[in-house]
Design a protein around this ligand. Structure first.
Ligand SMILES: [Zn+2]
Ligand SMILES: [Zn+2]
Length: 88
């Protein structure tokens, strides 16, 4: 029995997200303000339409440390931190 049978497309996607998360954390250590990946402004000045980068939801959307917007649910699922938490 191999584990790969249970790792469908969703499994690969999740692996990708985790890899990005580690990349984001490394950049976060440099203490630079997190910028919106689209307009390259901070959350405060970002004028983009804010929706969750994963589920496209529009409730409670916040900029996270990788420069993308997440809803509270997806943020928790990806263990993503708010951009603002770093600058506080
Ligand atoms: Zn923006
Ligand atoms: Zn979401």
């Amino acid at each position: 029995m191999s584990l790969s049978v249970r790792m469908g497309d969703a499994g690969w996607m999740f692996t990708g997200y985790r890899r990005r998360r580690y990349h984001a954390r490394k950049e976060a250590l440099m203490a630079a303000p997190v910028l919106c990946a689209v307009c390259e402004k901070t959350e405060e000045f970002c004028d983009c339409e804010k929706y969750c980068t994963i589920c496209k939801g529009q409730y409670g959307i916040r900029l996270c440390t990788d420069g993308l917007y997440y809803c509270p649910d997806c943020r928790e699922a990806c263990e993503m931190r708010l951009a603002n938490e770093l600058t506080r």
